[in-house]
Write a protein that binds this ligand. Structure first.
Ligand code: HEC
Ligand code: HEC
Length: 461
């Protein structure tokens, strides 16, 4: 629209120039909107400078042997107690490195993505599986919706394992990879479980806090497979086999994740590198709203589009709940023990966000537009939430519970009480901006899937 106005005016001006020699300001020219494409770029680039939004750097090339080991481990169900689920089941390359479900389905589930069926004797995992795009970037200081894994190599890592976290862990992403295998509902299984061959699951009976025992038992499994002995030896030529521990596996998984899914080729990335033509006008208008009037960039800030802080954004409570707070999910408060953190979750990054639905910490929204509308008027939207968009098996009992709603209101973020009034066209612009965060490389990542894994277990179901 603006381009057309601009071109028509330009043409008028050229014609006027021919006819009258000089192109004196005319009423038509005075009506040029202040948001001509050029001025939009000036505005937007100023907003970006104020918000410290800079291009993401490339990562150093990986060690190929580490990558190969990490890829095998990421796709291998041998890492799960019942040998029925791998990291990839919930973070699949064909599902935008997530699982396309509101709440993940862990041990005992069958199938992939929206086809995945829960074992009726088990519960959903309490939260939505985040994507793993760009998680190897050094800007990340937190992992998980409640940041229960945090820190850097220099400051060391804060994790649920405390001092028992092996010293060999060499990145935040590797620290994260130590934990899905310890979770009874995600990968390890419950006491009494048998694996897919009907054999005893030796990982399940270990107590939850005995992290080292779980990791040691897993390493015994892996190193019993000759191909893993070779892969570990190639990745760690200086470490004798009896000194390998699960941290060596986690470091390799992190190398695979970081290398495979670090993308910097979205229209947005190209714009940040200086290419004004990388974005449509709609996307630019959306970006100006995002970093300006609509206030989104206050929290979805910096190159990763997250400040990595936690807010109660009035997202309805669904699912089985988590930890001591169950049947509710108290979010960050489970970690910090601070009442003010109840129901607060970490601001999610937004790169490739059009691909990563359902959205929010528990997948309450199944269209991106619905998620954005929630962010524009969180409190009102919480009351109006329609749970019929969810899988009917997801527990929705607590959404409208008076006690739950009133406790949620106690810690709701002031921003979530505000209404941001936008026109339909402006909402379209915001969505166009979010669309421009999509990396072409993220559209087909099937190359990341190995043909087979060392255990011989199936890779792709
Ligand atoms: C049953 C599904 C499931 C499996 C299997 C699984 N994950 Fe996840 N993953 C999740 C969910 C759900 C979360 C969010 C949990 C939370 O925040 O409490 C998550 C969080 C993460 C995160 C944090 C991302 C962020 O933005 O904070 C990473 C990285 C990750 N998983 C990698 C892995 C790796 C590596 C494995 C295998 C060792 C794995 N996952 C296995 C479901 C799964
Ligand atoms: C006060 C901080 C804050 C502001 C301001 C904010 N967000 Fe968010 N946003 C969050 C948090 C926190 C979540 C996750 C909430 C949850 O799951 O409980 C979130 C979730 C989202 C999601 C879902 C992403 C996903 O992967 O699940 C989208 C999309 C989103 N916000 C877009 C926006 C837009 C657009 C705006 C501006 C209109 C905005 N946000 C303003 C903090 C904020």
């Amino acid at each position: 629209m603006n381009i057309r106005v601009h071109m028509v005016l330009g043409l008028t001006c050229i014609l006027a120039g021919c006819l009258f020699v000089s192109c004196a300001p005319s009423p038509i020219i005075e009506s040029i909107p202040t948001d001509t494409p050029d001025e939009m770029d000036v505005n937007l680039r100023q907003l970006l400078a104020e918000a410290d939004v800079e291009p993401l750097a490339e990562l150093p090339a990986p060690d190929e042997n580490m990558y190969a080991l990490g890829q095998a481990l990421f796709f291998d169900k041998e890492l799960s107690g019942n040998r029925d689920i791998s990291c990839a089941t919930c973070h699949h390359p064909t599902l935008a490195t997530a699982d396309a479900l509101s709440l993940s389905i862990g041990v005992g589930g069958v199938g992939l993505g929206t086809e995945r069926v829960i074992d009726p004797t088990r519960e959903f995992v309490p939260r939505n599986a985040p994507d793993i795009f760009n998680r190897g970037d050094p800007g990340w200081l937190t992992m998980f919706w409640d940041s229960r894994v945090s820190g850097t190599l220099e400051t060391r890592f804060n994790t649920p394992a405390g001092v028992r976290l092996p010293a060999e862990i060499d990145s935040l992403l590797a620290a994260q990879a130590m934990f899905p295998v310890t979770s009874p509902d995600e990968m390890r299984g419950e006491r009494g479980d048998v694996d897919v061959f009907g054999e005893h699951n030796e990982l399940a009976p270990i107590l939850n806090h005995e992290f080292e025992a779980i990791w040691d038992a897993l390493m015994q499994r892996l190193l019993a497979i000759p191909e893993y002995q070779e892969l570990f030896a190639a990745a760690y030529p200086d470490v004798p086999e009896d000194e390998l521990n699960f941290a060596h596996a986690a470091n390799a998984i992190a190398v695979f994740e970081a290398t495979s899914w670090h993308f910097t080729d979205s229209p947005w990335d190209r714009y940040l590198l200086g290419d004004d033509s990388a974005l449509t006008l709609e996307a630019k208008r959306g970006a100006i709203l995002f970093y300006g009037e609509a206030g989104c960039g206050e929290c979805h800030s910096g190159p990763l589009l997250t400040d990595q802080q936690h807010y109660n954004m009035a997202v309805p409570q669904i699912g089985p709940g988590k930890g001591l707070g169950a049947p509710l999910d108290l979010g960050r408060a489970e970690e910090s023990d601070m009442d003010e953190d109840r129901f607060a979750f970490r601001t999610p990054p937004l790169r490739n966000v059009v691909l990563t639905g359902p959205w929010m910490h528990n997948g309450t929204y199944t269209t991106l537009e619905a998620a954005v509308l929630h962010q524009l008027d969180p409190l009102k939207d919480m009351y109006a939430y329609d749970p019929t968009v969810l899988d009917p098996l997801v527990d929705i009992e607590y959404i409208t519970h008076d006690y739950v709603v009133s406790t949620m209101l106690e810690t709701i973020d002031p921003v979530a009480r505000e209404t941001i009034e936008l026109s339909q066209a402006e909402i379209g612009d915001l969505l166009a901006f979010l669309e421009a965060l999509t990396s072409p490389s993220a559209l087909d990542m099937s190359d990341d899937i190995p043909e087979s894994v060392p255990s011989g277990l199936p890779v792709n179901d």
